[in-house]
Design a protein around this ligand. Sequence first.
Ligand code: PHE
Length: 455
Amino acid sequence: MAKKATFSSKIGLVAATVGSAVGLGNIWRFPAETQTNGGAAFLFLYILCLIILGVPVMLAEFSLGRGTQSDAVSAFSKLKPHSPWWITGGLAVLASYLILCFYMVVAGWTFEYLWQSITGDLYAVNLAKDGMDASFHAKMEEYICSDLSPLINIYVLIAVNIVVLLCGVQKGIERLSNIAMPILFILLLVFCGVSLSLPNSFEGVKFFLTPDFSKITPSVVVNALGQAFFSLSLGMGILVTYSSYFPKDTKLTKTAFTVSLLDLLVAVLMGFIIFPAISSFGLGNAELRGSTLVFVTLPEIFAQMQGTQLWSVLFFLLLFVAALTSTISIAEVSIAWIQDRFKKSRMVATLIVMLPLFLFSSLCSLSFGSLNSFKIWGMTIFDFLDTVSTNIFLPTVSILTCIFMGWVVKNDFFKKELTNNGMLKGNGYNLTIAIVKYLAPPLILLILVSFFLKL
Ligand code: PHE
């Protein structure tokens, strides 16, 4: 059998894991959540969720993957053979694939906007200040809801994914992450500098950093939990898969903290970019939810800045890089599973996973256009996949993983992974195991229950 793939360096494995974690969740979901949920109060809550829940659950996934050196499904069956626990891994693979189908569509949009920034077409709209918002809105709607043009971008993106994934763990995923992540952080810092130096930017900083605790309701707490989960890529099998490529001497706790911190840093930097910019351009009341922030509000801002095209190209490059490294990581879950389970070569496994996407992602994309009236449970295909995978599958997989690592597998296994077989000193592992056993399952259950109650 082929030798188990590993990441070649510590920086590489952190870059790849951060690459997965940093995505549209940080860039367009976080600022919107912060805007509506009390500024720094939400940030504070989010940090709490990351530390109390995110890091321990991440460690459970890391230990499972590194300890078994297996894909997301076999990790469970290796530790508990002849039991139905493998189904948890199966759910993770299914969830990751469903997410891949619709995330590819959104990643395709970022590529279109990058391209239109390069050609300048994005700014061929009504640039009179009072008409701009409507024009960018119309442009976005027209593009997203059209049938053909989004498909072309999706196909380009699938092709890029295939090329990287065919190159393998070290030469594909790790190499891409080593290049992409520094670029992403440099771009974020540049934007932060630019945004903070805009006139009147201070108002925005003040909004971001002033906590309004009156906005914190139980449903906001659940939102913060959900955001932490999505942003750290938990419950998707990604961390189990990636950590199966970690060398035995990787310090899991340190890695989990580093990844969470960098992921948080991106979210916070986005706050320092968005809020000063919107206050400086008098867009303080702009709707930041979802695609509006990046495809309407930001182009409006760039259009009013000197060097419109340059800023626009750089920003959509940033967004594209963030989306690309996320799609790669999520595709790897199914590829690793097919490679391990069916003993297929990387090439065959990659093609089995990626080729059907040409069809599935197309259907998701068309659900904004011709297939818009086709509904499942009253939702379009895109919304259905998004809702089911992020609100139901992700928390379910996470709860089951915590129960598995906390209660089903002997705690010794978890402890051995956290301490690198007793080589690392300290007692932090006791706390981690206790959280995974007692605190994480009921808290995550809250996300699940609140979704069903809202429904
Ligand atoms: N952590 C990612 C984000 O914030 C979530 C994700 C990862 C989504 C991989 C898709 C694929 O966007």
